[in-house]
Each structure stands twice: as C-alpha cells, then as structure tokens.
Design a protein around this ligand. Sequence first.
Ligand code: 5RP
Length: 292
Amino acid sequence: MADEDTTQAKDFQADVPAPNDPFFLKGSNNLDWGLKNRLANIFDPSSGRTVMLAFDHGYFLGPTSGLERVDLDIVPLTPYADTLMLTRGILRTVIPPTYTRGIVLRASGGPSILRELSDEQLAVSIEEAVRLNVAALAVQVFIGSEHETQSIHNMTRLVDLGNQYGIATLAVTAVGKEMARTPQYFRLATRMCAELGATYIKTYYVEDEFETVTAGCPVPIVIAGGKKIPELDALELAYKAVQEGAAGVDMGRNIFQADHPVAMIQAVRKVVHEDVKPAEAFELYQTLGREG
Ligand code: 5RP
C-alpha cells in the first residue's frame, strides 16, 4: 500500500535547484541522452578528450606493418585506450567482449589500396551496429575527390540512421593525391562534415592555423596520427593538436608501429589528458620502454 501519511515531514530540499549542467563536449549539448552516454564512452568526461586507438587500416590495406597479428599486437594496448576504432571483422574475431569502453566501428569500405579509394560505400547496417553495441560509426569523406558527393551521401545516410538509434557518426576527412593538406582544405572539409550532421570529426593536424580549423568547426575534432614518425615528433604532434583545440587523437601507426607500443600509448595519454609536455612524455616513453 502506498505511503499516504502526508503529515510526516519529508525532506525534498526544495531550496536546492536540480542540476542543469551543460554536456562537456563542444556542440553536443542538444543531443539525446543515449548519444551523449555513448560519447562519454569515447571521450573521457574528466579531461573532455580522447585517445582513440585506430587499427582499422586492414579494411583497405590488408595486414599492414604492426597489424599482422591483432590478437598479439593490439589487444595488450586496449586497456590504455579510451576507445577502439576498428572493423566488425576484427571486433568479432579478436576483441574480448569484456571490453567495456566505446567501440568506433568502421562503416564504409569497398575499394582496396589497388583501386580508387574514394569510391567507398556504406558497409555496415544500423542493425548490425546496434547488435555490436557500438558507440560511433566511422565513415570516410573524400572532399575534392572524384567521388565527393557519394562519400558525403554515405555520411549523411549514416547520420540519419545513427541519430535514430543514438549512435554517433565520426566523419573521417580523407586526404589523397588530389587533396592538398592545407588549413584551407581542412577548414572546408571539417566544416562541411559538421554542417551536414557529423557528431565529431577526424582530420589531420596542419602547421600554421590549425586553431582556425578547430575554431571553425562546431563539433569536436580528433586528429589522425598519419605515417610513422619518430616517437618524440608524434608526441609533439599530439601536444600541438590538443593545445590548438583538438579534443584528442585517433592514432594508429604512431602507436602500434612504435618500438614500444604499450609505452607509447601511455605517453600519448599523458600529453592528451594531462597536458604533459612532449619532452616529459618522451622520457616516460623511454622509461616504460626499458622496463618493457
Ligand atoms: C584509415 C583511418 C585510420 O584509422 C587512420 O588513418 C588512423 O590511423 P593513423 O594514425 O595510422 O593515421 O581512418 O582510413
């Protein structure tokens, strides 16, 4: 029976207003609860940033260097990542289902490295994404390429489907032969993706004016690591990117192709989440690497 004794004092703390805090991520305040909850499983709410570990390269490159055995090379890195970016094939076959952080699933594909890469189509259904309990779907967008409109259409379709189910869309701005790596290009590409609905965007760091890329984009930006460079340089890249407005990194080769991948991902975390200077993070990398 319900408690009907209204004479008994109850403490509703009526003078304390209910919290009405803004969501911690740029441009994400008006998203639905499920989407925000998934984003909080990609980005760390305490720093507002993320270290995404990207190892989806096999979807067009095959078993590239460092990814020959994902079970042996990558699984030991996963406890240090805020989220994993990968394909459904690797997710199902290699990643233990006990992994509880966000999964960012590669959702576009088609051409291999042997063909015209911009000719991608959507490669995963939304039902499959729900079944795999993913936090975001990643789609490549090839602004300025032969298949620009097709890739934009892939993204907008994914945004519509993702919004229906509360799954984020990560637009990945591709670079190719005909696409100049300039601030102007990245301002154009990232802004187009945001305007057309992407929840967050992955792009490349550019020297000079990168802060205009992040400032002009109303949703969070993460940067790709790109080709392997010396470890200290990769830490400097990550540092400059977050200091100039990026909400983290989506780094692959510069982690899994490092001499000491487990040490490298921990050093990257220091730079991204704690604003530790690259030289200090590099020392940590060397120490952890020696202890290896
Ligand atoms: C492939 C991707 C990769 O995930 C991306 O390039 C990140 O990896 P890396 O740091 O090695 O560049 O999106 O299209």
